[in-house]
Design a protein. Structure first.
Lengths: 340, 509
């Protein structure tokens, strides 16, 4: 009987652990700070986690096919620098900047799958290599400079001032609001983008044969192949989707800060991986899943937000993040073991 | 079997297992088995798959903590309840997959003293020069040359076996078990192994030689024990006529297991295979199958049956050879292509290759044909999928009849039914089945045979099985494969299990 109770406790913890922790955090922060429980603040939090969520959903795809993409942070950063550099230094219209960035993202995704499928480098190592490569490219584009209006063009021999700028239309993506009425400030565009990405990804993975195939490949690649699933095609798609969503996250980030900071994407890698693995545990689904990842990302975001609001010094925040990631991985893998 | 003999030579030793018995829930794997190994003699242990050979090996090597009976060495009872026990009594084994005993990234010298590293006898700091020197000296002492600096993963298979044997010799092995040592060796390599066995005999090692290949048993053995269904059915203190061994190995066929053969007329040739080759495992296989016909391919483990089926299905890439479906030459690169043409495979290792274990039966059944069950945008129609899965589950009589249950929670037989069931509604033109009743209980076996007969009404069925009785029981025509080639072909009406086993085991060729 004793073990029964303990097992039930453990099960409850595994199933509702993340949600419970999230609720506790929210209540805690509401009690200690004012203005935590308002609609505006809710959207503020969602906006704060929107980029992370988009990137994390990409990572989720790579984990669904039983791999991992650790190049996402660098890809996010590349999109930030590349998009702003295209607009500011080379004066491209914003839509061309977006298209070029997405193409670059797709190419990186293809490169990852080439390394993994053709050269048979393990997922983690292949994408680690890409991480460095892309980070290097990111620096190279501007010779290590940040991108902002009125910067000197790093590629101009006469050190001219760059003539371009980041236009309003592009800034909408990260800073705009839609559905504004009355007192309501409106829904932030990044939140809208995040919701659309999450809805599409969720629908794709849960309700279509493509999603079924993604999960089959991750569950048992050889069995999937012998059942006629083109395994390589699906693994390639997973890495392309991952890189594309990292790029989208980077575009939103660039629009939000309005300029191109070097290595702006780096922090998203670890947070996105952490969110994905949190997602394993949510509601006891026991597999990477979109809503789990979204909740995981919100959890990570709320935690960071809250820690800042509680005046926890920045130099301790990483320790907390580390502990949380370890517990997330611990919980996920304990579940995995049990299910085998 | 004689009791403890007197020892004329100093290092003579005798190992006796008496009344060894091992049961698992519902199965008696080994039943009252006596066995004796003597220094300088090769004792061959033969028997069909599942006869109890590996259970006996596991007892002698201390794999099981619990078994009945007693092992004696030189008349003294010894306890073999852990690998360390076996080890300290001088009993060692060379497994069929020799690689599991070696660390591929280390050198021969390092692998020789692996155990010393593990126990710390070598000291904490490993001095590689000294290690090499010691290895060369030790190998010279036992007169067993090996390239001490070579990395193990660069060695050919027979050299790896030599290494494992050398290691055993350095530890003063008294009894060595060779478990299907030639299963993966080329003929030339096998010759070297036989020389080695001769050498070991001269070193007064007592050898238990496990093999299904009777031609090599005739070559190396001094005495022979035949196991069948966990019991010793024959023992010879000499090598008898191989036909005698064949007769002893064969189980009486259980006719009632198999459905009555109805008189059927076969249709046109559906599948034709020509000159199929793959590495050194499949060496030019030809055959054809008609609609309505069940072709059974039998042969020992490692004869190339599995590979042949996988080559047809596109799961392996043939080096050469052609596959024709209804007279048309096929280009199959991946299983995906074969499935599109109506060629389906149920793989040998259900859990590893057949099922996604943590998914419900429904998803495992619908996986290949999800496209048909989807609406626009690839959205799966859940109601259609459930119906489809239930229909298939009913056809194969899945128990329990619950398509939402995860695949891993079904019994072996029902897991097989899920794998078969997934292809039923696809109207197979050709169904390839690899060991369809392996690990399946008797009741489920009968059902699966019934099912195969039903499928064969409209399809060509090819079954790979290492059970000769199964081949004769279910096949309309039987092929025997050995070492990657078809060595014998016979109609069911003229099939004779002794003849088939003789070809499979290399007694006849």
């Amino acid at each position: 009987m004793k073990t029964g109770v303990r097992e039930q406790m453990a099960n409850f913890l595994l199933k509702y652990g993340v949600i419970t922790a999230l609720l506790i955090l929210v209540v805690l922060f509401s009690l200690t700070t004012e203005a935590f429980f308002t609609v505006d603040n809710l959207f503020d939090i969602l906006r704060a986690v929107s980029i992370l969520t988009i990137v994390a959903i990409g990572v989720t795809f790579s984990v669904v096919v039983n791999g991992i993409d650790v190049s996402v942070g660098a890809v996010t950063g590349l999109a930030v620098i590349l998009s702003t550099a295209l607009m500011v230094i080379w004066q491209f219209p914003w839509y061309w900047a977006v298209v070029i960035c997405l193409l670059a993202g797709a190419v990186i995704g293809l490169l990852n799958s080439f390394l993994i499928l053709k050269l048979r480098i393990p997922d983690l190592l292949a994408t680690l290599g890409t991480l460095y490569l892309v980070q290097g490219l990111q620096m190279w584009i501007t010779k290590g400079d940040a991108v902002y209006k009125g910067m000197t063009n790093p590629w101009s021999p006469t050190r001219e001032i760059a003539k371009g700028f980041v236009p309003k239309s592009f800034l909408m993506l990260g800073q705009g609001y839609v559905l504004r009425f009355g007192n309501f400030r409106g829904v932030p565009v990044p939140v809208l983008v995040m919701l659309i990405v999450a809805l599409v990804a969720w629908f794709l993975l849960e309700y279509t044969r493509f999603g079924r195939a993604f999960y089959a490949v991750g569950g048992n690649a050889e069995a999937a192949r012998l059942a006629g699933i083109p395994v390589k095609r699906y693994r390639t798609m997973a890495y392309v989707i991952s890189a594309l969503l990292a790029t989208l996250g980077g575009l939103v980030l660039a629009s939000r800060i309005g300029s191109g900071a070097v290595k702006a994407g780096d922090p998203y890698l670890l947070d996105a991986v952490a969110s994905t693995y949190f997602g394993f545990a949510v509601l006891g689904v026991r597999r990477p899943n979109v809503w789990g990842t979204v909740l995981g990302a919100i959890f990570v975001g709320v935690m960071l937000n809250g820690l800042t609001m509680l005046n926890v010094p920045w130099y301790i925040q990483d320790v907390v993040k580390g502990l949380v990631l370890i517990s997330a991985l611990g919980v996920s893998f304990a579940i995995r073991k049990e299910s085998r | 079997m004689g009791a403890g003999q007197t020892c004329p030579r100093f290092n003579m030793a005798v190992l006796q297992g008496k009344s060894l018995r091992k049961t698992f829930p519902g199965v008696v794997a080994l039943d009252d088995v006596d066995i004796q190994l003597s220094s300088g003699r090769v004792h061959a242990l033969v028997g069909a798959n599942g006869a109890g050979k590996s259970t006996l090996v596991k007892i002698l090597t201390g794999y099981y903590e619990h078994y009945e009976g007693q092992v004696f060495i030189d008349g003294r009872p010894v306890s073999l309840r852990s690998p360390m026990n076996a080890f300290s009594n001088g009993i060692e084994v060379v497994h069929q997959e020799v690689d599991i005993e070696l660390v591929p990234s280390l050198t021969v010298a390092e692998n020789l003293y692996l155990e010393a590293f593990a126990t710390g006898h070598s000291g904490t700091v490993v001095r590689s020069r000294q290690l090499r020197k010691k290895a060369s000296e030790d190998l010279a002492r036992i007169g067993f040359p090996l390239p001490v600096d070579a990395k193990v993963d660069e060695l050919p298979l027979h050299e790896k076996q030599r290494l494992v044997i050398a290691r055993a010799l350095l530890r003063n092995v008294k009894f060595l078990i060779l478990d299907e040592p030639t299963a993966s060796l080329s003929l030339l390599e096998a010759d070297k192994l036989f020389d080695l066995v001769e050498d070991l005999k001269n070193r007064d090692v007592g050898i238990l030689y496990i093999s299904q290949r009777l031609d090599e048993v005739a070559r190396v053995a001094d005495e022979v024990t035949v196991l069948r269904n966990g019991k010793v059915v024959a023992h010879f203190d000499f090598v008898p006529q191989l036909e005698e061994i064949v007769e002893a190995m064969l189980d009486s066929p259980q006719e009632e297991l198999f459905p009555k053969k109805e008189k059927r007329d076969f249709g046109d040739v559906v599948l034709k295979v020509e000159g199929l080759k793959w590495r050194n495992r499949v060496k030019g296989v030809d055959f054809s199958v008609r609609r309505g016909e069940i072709l059974a391919i039998t042969g020992l483990t490692g004869a190339g049956k599995t590979e042949t089926l996988k080559l047809i299905f596109g799961a392996l890439k043939p080096d050469s050879g052609e596959v024709f479906l209804e007279g048309r030459k096929l280009k199959i690169r991946e299983p995906f292509d074969a499935i599109k043409m109506g060629i389906y495979l149920t793989p040998e290792e259900r859990r590893k290759e057949g099922l996604i274990l943590d998914k419900p039966a429904r998803e495992n059944i619908s996986l290949p044909f999800l496209k048909k069950l989807s609406r626009s945008l690839g959205v799966i129609s859940k109601t259609q999928e459930v119906q489809y899965a239930k229909r298939s589950a009913e056809k194969v009589r899945l128990t329990p009849m619950d398509v939402e249950r995860q695949a891993q929670y079904f019994s072996g037989g029902n897991q097989q039914k899920i794998v078969v069931g997934r292809w039923l509604s696809g109207n197979p033109k050709v169904l390839l089945m690899d060991e369809p009743t392996q690990g399946v209980d008797i009741g489920a076996k009968r059902e699966i045979y019934q099912l195969i007969t039903e499928i064969a009404r409209n399809s060509a069925v090819v079954i790979a099985t290492s059970e000769i009785n199964e081949a004769v029981g279910i096949g309309d025509r039987i092929l025997v494969m050995r070492d990657g080639k078809v060595v014998y072909e016979v109609d069911r009406s003229e099939a004779n299990t002794q003849e088939l086993l003789s070809y499979a085991a290399g007694v006849k060729s």
